[in-house]
Design a protein around this ligand. Structure first.
Ligand SMILES: Cc1cc2nc3c(=O)[nH]c(=O)nc-3n(C[C@H](O)[C@H](O)[C@H](O)COP(=O)(O)OP(=O)(O)OC[C@H]3O[C@@H](n4cnc5c(N)ncnc54)[C@H](O)[C@@H]3O)c2cc1C
Length: 231
Protein backbone atom coordinates (compact mmCIF):
# COMPACT_ATOMS: atom_id res chain seq x y z
CA UNK A 1 0.00 0.00 0.00
CA UNK A 2 1.25 3.52 -0.80
CA UNK A 3 1.57 6.22 1.85
CA UNK A 4 -1.08 8.97 1.81
CA UNK A 5 1.07 11.78 3.16
CA UNK A 6 3.33 11.95 0.12
CA UNK A 7 2.35 14.21 -2.77
CA UNK A 8 0.48 12.62 -5.69
CA UNK A 9 2.13 12.79 -9.12
CA UNK A 10 0.26 15.93 -10.19
CA UNK A 11 1.01 18.38 -7.37
CA UNK A 12 2.33 21.86 -6.67
CA UNK A 13 4.63 22.61 -3.72
CA UNK A 14 3.88 25.61 -1.50
CA UNK A 15 5.16 27.33 1.68
CA UNK A 16 8.78 27.13 0.58
CA UNK A 17 8.42 23.43 -0.24
CA UNK A 18 7.00 22.39 3.14
CA UNK A 19 3.40 22.00 1.94
CA UNK A 20 1.75 20.76 -1.22
CA UNK A 21 -1.57 20.34 -2.93
CA UNK A 22 -2.16 17.62 -5.50
CA UNK A 23 -4.96 16.79 -7.87
CA UNK A 24 -6.06 13.22 -7.12
CA UNK A 25 -8.97 12.99 -9.53
CA UNK A 26 -11.64 14.96 -11.36
CA UNK A 27 -14.99 14.29 -12.97
CA UNK A 28 -16.18 16.08 -16.09
CA UNK A 29 -14.82 18.70 -18.46
CA UNK A 30 -15.94 22.13 -19.60
CA UNK A 31 -18.24 20.31 -22.05
CA UNK A 32 -19.94 18.64 -19.05
CA UNK A 33 -21.20 21.89 -17.54
CA UNK A 34 -22.06 23.35 -20.93
CA UNK A 35 -24.17 20.24 -21.62
CA UNK A 36 -25.72 20.52 -18.14
CA UNK A 37 -26.70 24.11 -18.89
CA UNK A 38 -28.43 22.95 -22.09
CA UNK A 39 -30.00 19.81 -20.61
CA UNK A 40 -33.47 21.30 -21.00
CA UNK A 41 -33.02 21.24 -24.82
CA UNK A 42 -32.31 17.48 -24.75
CA UNK A 43 -29.12 17.84 -26.83
CA UNK A 44 -25.59 16.68 -26.06
CA UNK A 45 -22.33 18.04 -27.51
CA UNK A 46 -18.94 16.34 -27.47
CA UNK A 47 -16.64 19.35 -27.97
CA UNK A 48 -16.61 23.03 -27.05
CA UNK A 49 -17.23 25.55 -29.82
CA UNK A 50 -17.38 29.36 -29.83
CA UNK A 51 -21.02 29.42 -28.62
CA UNK A 52 -20.10 27.13 -25.72
CA UNK A 53 -17.31 29.48 -24.70
CA UNK A 54 -19.82 32.36 -24.71
CA UNK A 55 -22.21 30.23 -22.65
CA UNK A 56 -19.41 29.47 -20.16
CA UNK A 57 -18.78 33.19 -19.73
CA UNK A 58 -22.50 33.86 -19.38
CA UNK A 59 -22.89 31.20 -16.67
CA UNK A 60 -20.06 32.63 -14.57
CA UNK A 61 -20.91 36.30 -15.12
CA UNK A 62 -24.57 35.75 -14.19
CA UNK A 63 -23.86 33.39 -11.29
CA UNK A 64 -25.84 30.64 -13.03
CA UNK A 65 -23.89 28.24 -10.86
CA UNK A 66 -25.77 24.91 -10.89
CA UNK A 67 -24.35 23.66 -14.26
CA UNK A 68 -20.84 24.24 -12.87
CA UNK A 69 -21.62 21.85 -10.03
CA UNK A 70 -21.45 18.94 -12.51
CA UNK A 71 -17.66 19.17 -12.67
CA UNK A 72 -15.93 17.85 -9.52
CA UNK A 73 -12.34 17.77 -8.23
CA UNK A 74 -10.56 15.80 -5.50
CA UNK A 75 -7.39 17.27 -4.01
CA UNK A 76 -4.88 15.96 -1.50
CA UNK A 77 -3.65 18.76 0.75
CA UNK A 78 -0.63 18.83 3.05
CA UNK A 79 -0.80 21.96 5.20
CA UNK A 80 -0.35 23.32 8.74
CA UNK A 81 -3.24 22.83 11.18
CA UNK A 82 -4.15 26.52 11.14
CA UNK A 83 -4.56 26.47 7.33
CA UNK A 84 -6.71 23.35 7.66
CA UNK A 85 -8.87 25.27 10.16
CA UNK A 86 -9.48 28.05 7.63
CA UNK A 87 -10.01 25.59 4.78
CA UNK A 88 -12.59 23.51 6.63
CA UNK A 89 -14.81 26.58 7.07
CA UNK A 90 -15.74 25.96 3.44
CA UNK A 91 -18.71 23.71 4.13
CA UNK A 92 -19.43 22.83 0.53
CA UNK A 93 -16.29 20.63 0.37
CA UNK A 94 -16.19 16.99 1.54
CA UNK A 95 -13.19 16.16 3.72
CA UNK A 96 -11.27 13.14 5.04
CA UNK A 97 -8.06 13.40 7.02
CA UNK A 98 -5.25 11.23 8.39
CA UNK A 99 -6.10 10.84 12.07
CA UNK A 100 -3.68 11.36 14.94
CA UNK A 101 -5.95 9.07 16.96
CA UNK A 102 -4.70 6.21 14.76
CA UNK A 103 -1.17 7.32 13.84
CA UNK A 104 1.82 8.78 15.69
CA UNK A 105 4.41 8.67 12.90
CA UNK A 106 5.58 11.15 10.24
CA UNK A 107 4.89 14.14 12.47
CA UNK A 108 6.35 17.31 10.99
CA UNK A 109 6.00 21.03 11.60
CA UNK A 110 5.82 24.10 9.42
CA UNK A 111 8.40 26.79 10.05
CA UNK A 112 7.45 29.93 8.10
CA UNK A 113 10.13 30.63 5.48
CA UNK A 114 9.88 34.31 6.46
CA UNK A 115 8.16 35.88 9.47
CA UNK A 116 5.82 38.77 8.76
CA UNK A 117 4.97 41.73 10.98
CA UNK A 118 1.55 42.38 12.52
CA UNK A 119 -0.45 45.00 10.57
CA UNK A 120 -1.48 47.97 12.70
CA UNK A 121 -4.66 49.00 10.87
CA UNK A 122 -6.17 45.52 10.44
CA UNK A 123 -5.94 43.06 13.32
CA UNK A 124 -6.37 40.11 10.90
CA UNK A 125 -3.57 41.18 8.56
CA UNK A 126 0.23 41.08 8.36
CA UNK A 127 2.89 42.61 6.16
CA UNK A 128 6.29 41.58 4.85
CA UNK A 129 9.23 43.59 6.13
CA UNK A 130 12.50 43.00 4.30
CA UNK A 131 14.44 44.35 7.28
CA UNK A 132 12.86 41.93 9.75
CA UNK A 133 15.78 39.99 11.33
CA UNK A 134 13.80 36.79 11.86
CA UNK A 135 16.49 34.08 11.82
CA UNK A 136 16.82 33.76 15.63
CA UNK A 137 13.02 33.78 16.04
CA UNK A 138 12.61 31.09 13.38
CA UNK A 139 15.17 28.95 15.27
CA UNK A 140 13.13 29.43 18.46
CA UNK A 141 10.03 28.24 16.63
CA UNK A 142 11.91 25.11 15.53
CA UNK A 143 13.11 24.55 19.12
CA UNK A 144 9.52 24.83 20.35
CA UNK A 145 8.41 22.24 17.77
CA UNK A 146 11.14 19.83 18.91
CA UNK A 147 10.27 20.30 22.60
CA UNK A 148 6.55 19.82 21.96
CA UNK A 149 7.29 16.65 20.02
CA UNK A 150 9.50 15.35 22.87
CA UNK A 151 6.66 15.92 25.34
CA UNK A 152 4.24 14.16 22.96
CA UNK A 153 6.57 11.15 22.82
CA UNK A 154 7.03 11.17 26.61
CA UNK A 155 3.26 11.13 27.08
CA UNK A 156 2.93 8.16 24.70
CA UNK A 157 5.82 6.32 26.39
CA UNK A 158 4.02 6.76 29.72
CA UNK A 159 0.87 5.17 28.36
CA UNK A 160 -1.17 8.30 27.55
CA UNK A 161 -3.53 7.72 24.61
CA UNK A 162 -2.75 9.33 21.24
CA UNK A 163 -6.03 11.26 21.20
CA UNK A 164 -5.03 13.22 24.33
CA UNK A 165 -1.26 13.39 23.74
CA UNK A 166 -1.77 15.15 20.39
CA UNK A 167 -3.12 18.18 22.30
CA UNK A 168 0.45 19.33 23.02
CA UNK A 169 1.42 19.50 19.32
CA UNK A 170 1.49 23.07 17.98
CA UNK A 171 -0.67 24.71 15.31
CA UNK A 172 2.29 24.44 12.93
CA UNK A 173 1.88 20.65 12.78
CA UNK A 174 1.36 19.49 9.20
CA UNK A 175 -1.77 17.52 8.40
CA UNK A 176 -2.85 15.72 5.23
CA UNK A 177 -6.43 15.60 4.06
CA UNK A 178 -8.49 14.97 0.96
CA UNK A 179 -11.01 17.57 -0.17
CA UNK A 180 -13.62 17.11 -2.88
CA UNK A 181 -15.56 20.04 -4.31
CA UNK A 182 -17.54 21.00 -7.38
CA UNK A 183 -16.34 23.70 -9.75
CA UNK A 184 -18.86 26.32 -8.63
CA UNK A 185 -17.84 26.11 -4.97
CA UNK A 186 -14.18 25.78 -5.90
CA UNK A 187 -14.36 29.10 -7.80
CA UNK A 188 -15.97 30.64 -4.69
CA UNK A 189 -13.12 29.27 -2.53
CA UNK A 190 -10.52 30.65 -4.95
CA UNK A 191 -12.15 34.07 -4.99
CA UNK A 192 -12.02 34.25 -1.17
CA UNK A 193 -8.63 32.64 -0.65
CA UNK A 194 -6.57 33.97 -3.56
CA UNK A 195 -7.23 37.42 -2.24
CA UNK A 196 -5.13 40.06 -0.50
CA UNK A 197 -7.52 39.70 2.46
CA UNK A 198 -6.61 36.02 2.94
CA UNK A 199 -3.61 34.84 4.97
CA UNK A 200 -0.48 34.33 2.84
CA UNK A 201 -0.26 30.64 3.73
CA UNK A 202 -3.75 29.63 2.50
CA UNK A 203 -3.37 31.96 -0.47
CA UNK A 204 -0.36 29.89 -1.58
CA UNK A 205 -2.67 26.86 -1.80
CA UNK A 206 -5.34 28.77 -3.74
CA UNK A 207 -2.75 29.93 -6.30
CA UNK A 208 -1.42 26.35 -6.58
CA UNK A 209 -4.94 24.98 -7.17
CA UNK A 210 -5.39 27.44 -10.04
CA UNK A 211 -2.21 26.01 -11.63
CA UNK A 212 -3.50 22.45 -11.22
CA UNK A 213 -6.96 23.01 -12.69
CA UNK A 214 -6.18 25.56 -15.41
CA UNK A 215 -5.43 22.90 -18.07
CA UNK A 216 -8.84 21.32 -17.33
CA UNK A 217 -10.85 24.54 -17.53
CA UNK A 218 -8.98 26.75 -20.04
CA UNK A 219 -12.03 28.82 -21.01
CA UNK A 220 -13.04 29.45 -17.40
CA UNK A 221 -9.46 30.54 -16.65
CA UNK A 222 -9.46 32.78 -19.73
CA UNK A 223 -12.73 34.40 -18.60
CA UNK A 224 -11.20 35.34 -15.24
CA UNK A 225 -7.95 36.45 -16.88
CA UNK A 226 -9.96 38.84 -19.09
CA UNK A 227 -11.57 40.18 -15.88
CA UNK A 228 -8.06 41.11 -14.72
CA UNK A 229 -7.58 38.22 -12.29
CA UNK A 230 -4.38 36.14 -11.98
CA UNK A 231 -5.02 32.78 -13.59
C1 LIG B 1 -10.37 36.80 4.54
C2 LIG B 1 -11.27 35.96 5.40
C3 LIG B 1 -11.36 36.24 6.75
C4 LIG B 1 -12.20 35.46 7.57
N1 LIG B 1 -12.27 35.73 8.91
C5 LIG B 1 -13.06 35.00 9.70
C6 LIG B 1 -13.17 35.27 11.10
O1 LIG B 1 -12.54 36.17 11.62
N2 LIG B 1 -13.96 34.49 11.86
C7 LIG B 1 -14.71 33.47 11.32
O2 LIG B 1 -15.42 32.79 12.04
N3 LIG B 1 -14.63 33.19 9.99
C8 LIG B 1 -13.84 33.91 9.18
N4 LIG B 1 -13.76 33.62 7.84
C9 LIG B 1 -14.50 32.48 7.32
C10 LIG B 1 -15.77 32.94 6.57
O3 LIG B 1 -16.69 33.54 7.46
C11 LIG B 1 -16.43 31.72 5.88
O4 LIG B 1 -16.81 30.78 6.88
C12 LIG B 1 -15.51 31.02 4.90
O5 LIG B 1 -14.88 31.95 4.07
C13 LIG B 1 -16.33 30.04 4.05
O6 LIG B 1 -17.11 30.79 3.16
P1 LIG B 1 -18.55 30.31 2.69
O7 LIG B 1 -19.44 30.09 3.87
O8 LIG B 1 -19.03 31.30 1.68
O9 LIG B 1 -18.17 28.94 1.97
P2 LIG B 1 -18.96 27.55 1.97
O10 LIG B 1 -19.15 27.06 3.35
O11 LIG B 1 -18.23 26.67 1.00
O12 LIG B 1 -20.35 27.91 1.40
C14 LIG B 1 -20.49 28.38 0.04
C15 LIG B 1 -21.82 29.10 -0.06
O13 LIG B 1 -22.87 28.16 0.19
C16 LIG B 1 -23.90 28.81 0.93
N5 LIG B 1 -24.05 28.14 2.23
C17 LIG B 1 -23.22 27.20 2.78
N6 LIG B 1 -23.69 26.82 3.95
C18 LIG B 1 -24.80 27.53 4.19
C19 LIG B 1 -25.73 27.60 5.26
N7 LIG B 1 -25.61 26.83 6.35
N8 LIG B 1 -26.76 28.46 5.15
C20 LIG B 1 -26.92 29.23 4.07
N9 LIG B 1 -26.08 29.24 3.02
C21 LIG B 1 -25.03 28.40 3.09
C22 LIG B 1 -23.52 30.26 1.08
O14 LIG B 1 -24.03 30.99 0.00
C23 LIG B 1 -22.01 30.21 0.96
O15 LIG B 1 -21.42 31.42 0.55
C24 LIG B 1 -12.95 34.39 7.00
C25 LIG B 1 -12.84 34.13 5.62
C26 LIG B 1 -12.02 34.89 4.83
C27 LIG B 1 -11.92 34.58 3.36
Amino acid sequence: MEKLNVPPENHVKVLGGQGWVGLIDHMGTETTFVNAARVSFGKLKKEMDERDIQLTEYLIANKHTSPLEHMVFTFSIHCPLFVRGQWHRHRTWSYNEISRRYTDFDIEFYTPPKLRRQAKSNRQASFADENFEDEALRKEIEKHHAESFKLYERLLENGVCREQARGVLPQNMMVTFWGTVDLSNLLHFLELRDSEHAQWEIREYAVAIKKLIKPLIPNVAEYFRKQGQDW
